[in-house]
Design a protein. Structure first.
Length: 287
């Protein structure tokens, strides 16, 4: 009898794949924001992502406890506000700068939760990289945009914890799909008021669908599955390559050129990510 072996994707690969997907989706979103505004773009993205996730997950609310429902509602609210805050920052800041500032959230979470000296060293290396990636632009940024990016970062830290909690309570992608419904209900009224009929233009719908897949369906699915098998502190440090990937996506799609100081920052964050990945590999549970 032939035995069929199941290929198990490492959680590290899932997280890194999600990082690349979400940053290139962010670059496309920066283009759409010029047409629809931040609220219109995020509401269109979520509204187009929800049917896809519901079709894939087909979640059920039967036999769910009150705590299960509270977890998924909280996850959805944080998800919606995180995206709205980040897109508001993209209205005012270059993609790489916004991602760099937003990273304060998961970096702070990693530093707070880590108790091993080697992890703290990796966090310090990632912090240096975050400063260098777009340091030459910080004196010229819009401070309201900085505030929105920082808020998105704080919500990102909450997202990491709530995603892990929701993943433990719901099978597969059920919790994520339900949370996305909550996010859409939260953001859709704002998007309709600010963008109106422009949301239904064929070009907006086409770009919005691409953003929905790259920035919602793929990364959130991969992250939700990965967090079941990965400690939040490890997840937070792996996400340190976000500024580097964001700057790369900005260069390729938005023609934002990269200075030597940015390349140095990328080297720092990538080195920190590689270090924490190698040291944590033996700690990942075999599920």
């Amino acid at each position: 009898m032939k035995v069929v072996r199941t290929v198990r994707v490492p959680p590290t690969a899932m997280v890194l794949g999600g990082v690349v997907s979400v940053q290139f989706g962010g670059a496309l979103a920066a283009l759409l924001i010029e047409r629809l505004g931040a609220a219109g773009t995020v509401s269109l993205r979520l509204a187009l992502a929800v049917p896809i996730l519901l079709l894939i997950a087909r979640p059920s609310l039967r036999q769910r406890t009150r705590r299960d429902l509270l977890a998924v509602v909280a996850f959805g609210i944080v998800l919606g506000l995180m995206n709205l805050s980040f897109y508001l920052s993209l209205e005012r800041l270059p993609l790489g700068v916004a991602v760099t500032i937003e990273f304060i959230g998961p970096l702070g979470l990693a530093a707070a939760m880590s108790r091993k000296p080697r992890d703290l060293i990796a966090v310090a290396g990632a912090a240096l990289g975050v400063v260098l990636v777009n340091g030459h632009e910080l004196s010229e940024v819009d401070w309201l945009g900085v505030g929105f990016a920082a808020l998105a970062g704080a919500l990102w830290a909450c997202y990491i914890l709530l995603s892990a909690e929701t993943g433990r309570r719901f099978a597969q992608l059920d919790g994520l799909a339900l949370a996305m419904v909550v996010s859409t209900v939260l953001t859709a009224p704002i998007g309709l008021m600010t963008a109106g009929s422009e949301l239904l233009h064929w070009k907006s719908l086409a770009i919005g669908l691409a953003i929905a897949i790259l920035s919602s369906v793929l990364p959130y699915s991969l992250e939700t599955l990965a967090l079941r098998r990965m400690k939040p502190v490890v997840f937070g440090i792996l996400m340190s390559i976000e500024p580097a990937v964001g700057a790369t996506a900005g260069f390729l799609i938005l023609s934002q050129r990269l200075a030597p100081i940015q390349l140095a920052g990328m080297a720092c964050v990538v080195a920190a990510s590689v270090a924490i990945t190698r040291t944590s590999r033996s700690e990942a549970p075999d599920i």
